[in-house]
Structures are given as structure tokens and as C-alpha cells.
Design a protein around this ligand. Sequence first.
Ligand SMILES: C[S@@+](CC[C@H](N)C(=O)[O-])C[C@H]1O[C@@H](n2cnc3c(N)ncnc32)[C@H](O)[C@@H]1O
Length: 202
Amino acid sequence: MTTGLTRKVRLVKCPKCWQLLPEPAEDGRILIEAKDVVYECGQNCGCGPGCVNRVSQRGIQYRLEVFRAPRKGWAVRSWDFIPSGAPVCEYIGILNRADQVEKHDEQKSEVPEFCIDAGSAGNIARFINHSCEPNLFVQCVLSSHQDIKLARVVLFAADNIPPLQELTYDYGYALDSVFGPDGKVKRMPCYCGAADCRKRLF
Ligand SMILES: C[S@@+](CC[C@H](N)C(=O)[O-])C[C@H]1O[C@@H](n2cnc3c(N)ncnc32)[C@H](O)[C@@H]1O
């Protein structure tokens, strides 16, 4: 999971606690659409943990289950209905400089500065599979600092998601962008089953 965002920010007042925040924050508990970055209130605001502008800081609110999916290995679904725009879970792992990951792993042509590696440590997000027609989207969130390269990465519902439907997001690989240690292009078939499936993850 990588973020390659760069963006100039404008300081405005938080609508809830009136502290200065970069750019207007989302007013409400759900996110309507993906943005470059969402600014939430954090430890530097005076508003406290109950502030509505901390939508992704409440931990996992749904009963998520890891299950076995045909041809894809482990997968994740929710026992509860998830409304469109709701934060589902943060993508947790070890933050690495992308160039360090490359030394012992596959290479990508466009490499961002940092990546979150959930291979050795992470949460349930590491079991969420790719789909070409996903029901989650990836959103960068800043709250306790303003360094976009170190934003938290949170998965939000892109749709109303009924119970037991597999949760998926678009891994976002460009085709032929992943290379093996031998320098050859690596290909991985996609089994998401979407009508417009690209047939390959990368
Ligand atoms: C982050 S893991 C997801 C959890 C994984 N299924 C497992 O069993 O641990 C990513 C890996 O899952 C598999 N995967 C995810 N989405 C897939 C898809 N749409 N089609 C085929 N394999 C998929 C691939 O092996 C991929 O490298």
C-alpha cells in the first residue's frame, strides 16, 4: 500500500473547534467521495475525541470476518450493513521507505517515497482483496500532523455494502508496472469476477 501524494495546503479554521487546520475538514460522519487528503481534528485541536470531525479515529465499527475466497486465499467481509461513505478500517503495517522495500521485494516503475508494508505486521486490512469493481476506496487522512507523505491510509465504503458481501478495494497497479528480481515483468491474474475485470492485478 503506497501513497505518492504531494499537495500545497491552505490554512483555515476547523468548523468545530476553531483551531487552524489545513483546508476545510469534512463536516459529518461519512465521506461522500475520495479526496486527495482529508483533514481531521487531532491532538492539536481543542475539540476532544467526541468531535464529529474525527470520523476515521474511532476504530473498527463493524464485525469484520476473515474468510476463505475461491482462488484468492483469505478475504474479508462484514456481518453488519456498512453505509456508503463510512470508514471501515485503517490500513496498518510497517512504514518503510519504498526504496528499502524494493531491495528484497518486487520493483515498481513509479515508486513513491513511503509504503506501508503489512507483510509482517498489520491488521485485518491486509486480508482485503483487490477488485476491478471495488466496494471500498482508499483515503489519505491527516490529523495529528500535516506531513502528507506520512498520512494515515483509511478504507471507506464506496457504496452501501450488505452483510457478507466481500470487501474489496482497487489495488491501483498499472499493468506491466511490477518487475521480479530478474528484471522481468511480473503478471498476476485477477479473479475478482467483476463484469469489467481487467483480468490482471498487475
Ligand atoms: C493483501 S493480500 C490479500 C489477502 C490474501 N488473499 C491472503 O490470502 O492473504 C494480496 C494478495 O491476495 C491475492 N489477491 C488479492 N486480490 C486478488 C484478486 N482479485 N485476484 C486474485 N488474487 C488476489 C493475491 O495473491 C495478492 O497478492
